[in-house]
Ligand binder design. Structure first.
Ligand code: SAH
Length: 198
């Protein structure tokens, strides 16, 4: 899995059946390492990138506490996160995808995952602060609300657009209430972060 070493993350990826989050017609491709369509011009993320981002959320060998995901999509990454964290909150702005994720996740009976229909750019103030925040869509920067809702000592991982064609993965650690440390990492390709709900 492209350089990912964190054993628990790799175990979680190996445990979640990715085909259960895709249309039957795409099942033959479910275990290929590629992003694939889920409708509404959105995609299920590439497993190696999901693994890489989740590995980056981990500071040490400790499990993740409270995680916020922006961009539920079909619910695949949320299912992976639920195996690694105490509590997961996942927000989706497209109603039919929020409903699709709910249907896809139902058979797994996951107790520590909450799905929210809303605009993730605003975060989820009622459940903040979060120890980890992960964005599955690329904006031009990191929304201020998400930086505010990150716990001190917490980590945020997000793709950010550098221009119309290039995106980079950013790791942001909140060092103190006013200090954030940014590290730019791999080149990636994600669907755009958009505002408002539809
Ligand atoms: N996490 C998914 C990836 C879905 S693609 C997986 O496991 O494969 C990214 C998703 O982000 C899309 O469904 C898109 O609708 C959603 N998205 C984009 N902007 C958003 C926003 N502001 N708030 C919530 N979701 C958003």
């Amino acid at each position: 899995m492209a350089g990912v070493k964190h054993a628990k993350t790799l175990d979680a990826i190996a445990t979640v059946p990715r085909h259960a989050f895709m249309d039957a017609g795409l099942h033959p491709q479910a275990y290929e390492d590629s992003a694939l369509p889920i409708g509404h011009q959105q995609t299920i993320s590439k497993p190696s990138v999901v693994a890489r981002m989740i590995e980056l959320l981990h500071k040490s060998k400790q499990p993740l506490n409270k995680v916020l995901e922006i961009g539920t999509g079909c619910g695949y990454q949320a299912a992976v996160l639920s195996l690694l964290a105490d509590e997961v909150y996942s927000i989706e702005r497209i109603r039919p995808l929020h409903d699709l994720a709910r249907d896809n996740l139902r058979p797994f009976r996951i107790k520590n995952l909450r799905l929210i229909y809303g605009d993730g750019i605003l975060g989820l103030p009622q459940a903040a602060p979060f120890d980890s925040i992960i964005l599955a869509a690329a904006g031009l920067g990191i929304p201020d609300a998400l930086l505010d809702q990150l716990a001190i000592g917490g980590r945020l991982v997000a793709p950010v657009a550098r221009n119309a064609k290039e995106q980079q993965l950013l790791l942001i650690e909140r060092v103190s209430s006013h200090r954030y440390q940014r590290t730019a990492l791999d080149d990636v390709f994600f669907v755009p972060l958009q505002s408002g709900v539809v």
